[in-house]
Design a protein around this ligand. Structure first.
Ligand SMILES: NC(=O)C1=CN([C@@H]2O[C@H](COP(=O)(O)OP(=O)(O)OC[C@H]3O[C@@H](n4cnc5c(N)ncnc54)[C@H](OP(=O)(O)O)[C@@H]3O)[C@@H](O)[C@H]2O)C=CC1
Ligand SMILES: O=C1O[C@H](COP(=O)(O)O)[C@@H](O)[C@H](O)[C@H]1O
Length: 491
């Protein structure tokens, strides 16, 4: 068998009893198993410090998958638990022995995915111990999946990268950014490069501004310990928001190969205009939610009143920013981004606003907009002007819509399902390469530094709104406004 391309694997899952594994990874694995979507065979060894036996673990996986389907028993029979404190190097020998036994029992060829669904401070220890105990000398291929956050600034990310690179080659490392697994984020390239209609006008001659929103109605929830040290800048901007900027702005790759696409994204990240203290003050807004009422009528408390949050915390739960990409295609076009918790609506969308016609005889004309709906609806809306019905010469707005997930028959996979599938297939296109991560940290670090130096005060916004007023002013200064968050309009 050609092991390099074989799509069977034993997944060694660190953090198997954690929130991410239970909420996301087991349901995703089950969907993959059910679809047999070109994943040949797999087994999972879950790890954690607690002393589960295989049956207790399988029960936990079953509860996470939530199905009565008869196939669940065969699915669960592939799951094994191994109790290990990751600091205990002696314990890795037993892990290796169990993995070999599972390979033999399931007739698997020795490929390994090491999935680190663990707090990042363990990443270095685990990769070192895997190497020192010989587990990285696999019979087949090996891959390392790393969850975010990848460091908390550029220098910590560099240290982390060196640690994992001592045991895994860059092409064996799959750094997760789950937004890259979303259907419509993957679709950005196709919409742009498979439609000459768009690609020919995808530049500063025809586009006036781009608005990228990722808003949540949830608050900090149970992740206070992590979030209060991170804030929206590191939690969302460093990764998901900048990846969406890069995909929206990049040049067409010459081939649809992993490294060609990543190279184009890197060029965009490198072209983002560096910030100065002054530009941070003027163009970047940080804010924290106060109490308020959500759209469903629920009254929610302020960030400072959340459990396990320091009552003096200055952590931002919202970031709004204007950035420029200083290259030939985008010179002069502002990219506006905003993301936050406890906002008015849960939505991710990218709005491309086209420039007005040079000579416009129709005074009531609206700008043309292309809206890429990432979630909850997954689709596209193109907003145009048409003649009002009748004899008048007035215009009316019309929209052409497409929605992937609005009807049942086109339901799309979850991001984690897609990314685990890609990893098993050995396709790292939708994972971030080290230089993308490093450039994103460079941008984010300079904002964090300016904030530390006192530029750009922390503002406040009421829960249930779309952020502080200053984020509206940010666009108004250039004669724009945020387009309302919409769903794909189902006709
Ligand atoms: N939860 C989420 O929604 C998201 C999480 N992530 C990232 O995923 C990773 C995991 O997060 P999450 O699942 O929420 O974390 P949890 O705190 O819920 O789970 C942590 C896991 O790590 C295990 N663990 C902790 N210490 C040790 C140790 N010394 N040795 C062995 N195992 C240990 C725990 O098992 P035990 O207690 O049995 O030791 C548990 O399985 C983090 O990097 C996080 O940033 C990323 C995006 C979203
Ligand atoms: O990575 C993260 O993303 C989620 C938002 O993800 P989404 O798929 O629901 O849009 C965010 O809640 C979390 O704080 C952050 O770590």
């Amino acid at each position: 068998m050609n092991l390099e391309n074989s799509k069977e694997s034993t997944i060694i899952l660190f953090g198997a009893t954690g929130d991410l594994a239970v909420r996301k990874l087991y349901p995703a694995l089950y969907q993959l198993y059910k679809k047999q979507n070109d994943v040949e065979r797999f087994a999972v060894i879950g790890l954690g410090r607690r002393k589960y036996d295989h049956d207790t673990y399988r029960n936990m996986v079953k509860n996470s998958v939530k199905t009565d389907d008869a196939s669940i028993d065969d699915f669960l029979s592939r799951f094994f638990f191994y109790s290990l404190d990751v600091d205990n190097i002696e314990g890795y020998v037993g892990l290796g022995a169990l993995a070999d036994k599972v390979d033999t029992d399931f007739n698997l060829s020795g490929n390994r995915i090491f999935y680190l669904a663990l707090a990042p401070n363990f990443f270095g220890t685990v990769t070192n111990n895997l190497k020192d105990s010989g587990l990285t000398n696999t019979k087949g291929w090996k891959r390392l999946v790393i969850e975010k956050p990848f460091g908390h600034n550029l220098s910590s990310a560099k240290v982390l990268n060196e640690q994992i690179r001592s045991a895994f080659a860059e092409e064996e490392i799959y750094r997760i950014d789950h937004y890259l697994g979303k259907e419509m984020v993957q679709n950005i390239q196709v919409i742009r490069f498979a439609n000459p209609l768009f690609e020919s006008i995808w530049n500063n001659r025809y586009i006036s501004n781009i608005q990228i929103t990722s808003s949540e109605t949830l608050g900090v929830g149970e992740r206070a310990g992590y979030y209060d040290r991170s804030g929206a800048l590191m939690d969302m901007v460093q990764n998901h928001m900048l990846q969406m900027v890069a995909l929206t702005a990049m040049e067409p790759p010459s081939r649809l190969e992993t490294e060609d696409i990543r190279d184009e994204k890197v060029k965009v990240l490198r072209s983002i205009r560096p910030v100065t203290s002054e530009s941070v003050k003027d163009d970047i807004i940080r804010a924290q939610y106060t109490s308020g009422v959500l759209a469903d009528g629920q009254t929610v408390r302020s960030y400072l009143d959340e459990e396990n949050i320091d009552s003096q915390s200055q952590t931002e739960t919202f970031v709004g920013a204007k950035l420029y990409i200083d290259n030939f295609r985008w010179a002069g076009v502002p990219f506006y981004i905003r993301t936050g918790k406890r906002m008015g609506v849960k939505s991710t969308q990218i709005v491309i606003q086209f420039k007005d016609a040079p000579l416009n005889p129709y005074l009531d004309q609206q700008p043309n907009l292309l809206v890429i709906h990432v979630q909850p609806d997954e689709g596209l809306s193109l907003k145009l002007n048409a003649k009002k019905i009748g004899e008048s010469q007035e215009t009316m707005p019309i929209h052409l819509d497409f929605c992937h997930n609005c009807t049942n028959d086109l339901g799309t996979s979850d991001a984690y399902e897609r990314l685990i599938h890609d990893c098993i297939r050995g396709d790292s296109t939708n994972f971030t390469r080290w230089d993308e991560v490093a450039l994103s940290w460079t941008y984010v670090d300079s904002i964090a530094q300016a904030w530390k130096d006192g530029y750009g005060p922390l503002e406040y916004y009421e829960s249930g709104t779309m952020g502080p007023k200053s984020v509206d002013d940010l666009l108004a200064k250039n004669g724009f406004h945020w387009w309302p968050i919409t769903n794909v309009e189902h006709n």
